[in-house]
Design a protein around this ligand. Structure first.
Ligand SMILES: NC(=O)c1ccc[n+]([C@@H]2O[C@H](COP(=O)([O-])OP(=O)(O)OC[C@H]3O[C@@H](n4cnc5c(N)ncnc54)[C@H](OP(=O)(O)O)[C@@H]3O)[C@@H](O)[C@H]2O)c1
Length: 325
């Protein structure tokens, strides 16, 4: 077995995961109040309620700190088993109504595909990444997918593998071509809206129409995001597929982009990101990225607000070569 690295700890055991996840959920629930208070504060977790309690200045310790303008900072020591989970999700937990966040995720092969040409994507990435997807759903107020994903996968888009609520399910179906028999429209597990260009008299019982402005013959995704924010969705998760995530990315609507890379070669499949080309290479975007080992996969968690056109001068920890596992 390889030695755990100081910068990329191995994914913790499931029980450790769970206690870290409780802390993450508490941080997400407390963000609105912490932001409204607009002062630096430290917090402890109250086990009985699962909620955070602000510590008085004279009280020692605390698991998390809130810093106005920045968000959550983890006070756990690096060797604490909850640290990796807190570290991964805290940037999302810091979102609140006045500072919302949109995050997208794709699980792709080494050759850049999210499914075979026929649409088979079960499963590109491993169980740790699938659990992560369910956690993203539980943490976010809305999950958005394209019509092809619903047509091909018939997903439920619930958070059933994680502890937490189901998000509002949003399906991009501009011409309302999807039949109402798909799970998201018929299972009643959570609310669903169908983002379309015009409402149809043929009402779908399980999904309200969300009429979105048109832009170049497509849905204006900025208008969609505005409408979801107006419904109180401070955290929006774009789950796929590649066409949908690429459209949000190209429209400049993503704050974070997560790409999980699996050791898999698909060849001639459904592409992950598709963006217009740029010349020269020096003008291409290099998002600031954190790397997480997630089971057998590697997750790139990119902060798109912190993108540059220049390559990093050196690895942040000064190490240019490191075996992960
Ligand atoms: N590995 C992963 O992370 C992952 C995640 C999700 C899905 N998948 C796989 O990916 C495949 C589907 O992905 P995909 O990239 O082919 O398609 P997709 O993104 O799921 O859906 C694309 C469709 O969504 C609608 N759409 C997206 N953006 C729009 C916009 N701005 N305005 C109007 N409509 C918009 C369009 O519907 P119309 O055609 O009706 O115009 C478009 O054709 C499936 O095989 C699924 O299994 C993989």
């Amino acid at each position: 077995m390889s030695t755990p690295s100081p910068t990329m700890p191995p994914w913790p055991a499931e029980s450790d995961h769970a206690s870290g996840w409780s802390l993450v959920r508490a941080a997400a629930a407390a963000a609105e109040a912490a932001a409204a208070a607009n002062r630096p504060a430290r917090y402890a977790l109250v086990a009985a309620t699962g909620l955070l309690r602000e510590l008085a200045p004279e009280e020692e310790g605390g698991l998390l700190a809130w810093e106005p303008g920045t968000g959550w900072r983890c006070l756990l020591p690096p060797q604490d088993c909850r640290q990796a989970v807190a570290d991964l999700y805290l940037p999302l937990c810091a979102a609140h109504a006045a500072r919302p966040i949109t995050v997208a995720h794709l699980g792709q092969s080494l050759d850049g595909f999210i499914a075979t040409g026929g649409g088979d994507s079960y499963y590109v990435t491993g169980p740790a990444n699938i659990l992560h997807l369910h956690r993203l759903r539980a943490l976010c107020d809305a999950v958005v997918v394209g019509a092809e994903t619903v047509l091909t996968d018939n997903p439920r888009l619930t958070a059933r593998l994680a502890t937490g609520p189901n998000p509002l399910r949003v399906v991009l179906d501009p011409s309302r071509r999807l039949p109402a028999t798909h799970h998201v429209f018929s299972d009643g597990a959570a609310s669903t809206v169908r983002a379309c260009l015009a409402p149809n008299a043929a009402f779908t019982p399980g999904a309200a129409d969300l009429v979105v402005a048109e832009r170049g013959g497509r849905l204006d995704l900025a208008d969609l995001v505005r409408q979801l924010r107006a419904r109180g969705c401070s955290r929006i998760f774009i789950e796929g597929g590649g066409v949908t995530v690429s459209a949000f990315l190209q429209a400049g609507l993503l704050d974070r982009l997560q790409v999980a890379i699996a050791s898999l070669l698909i060849g001639e499949g459904r592409p992950a990101l598709m963006l217009p080309g740029r010349e020269p290479l020096a003008h291409c975007v290099r998002p600031a990225a954190r790397l997480f080992r997630m089971g057998e996969d590697i997750l790139y968690d990119c902060d798109l607000a912190a993108s540059t056109a220049a390559p990093a001068a050196a690895a942040p920890n000064g190490q240019s070569l490191q075996r992960l596992f």
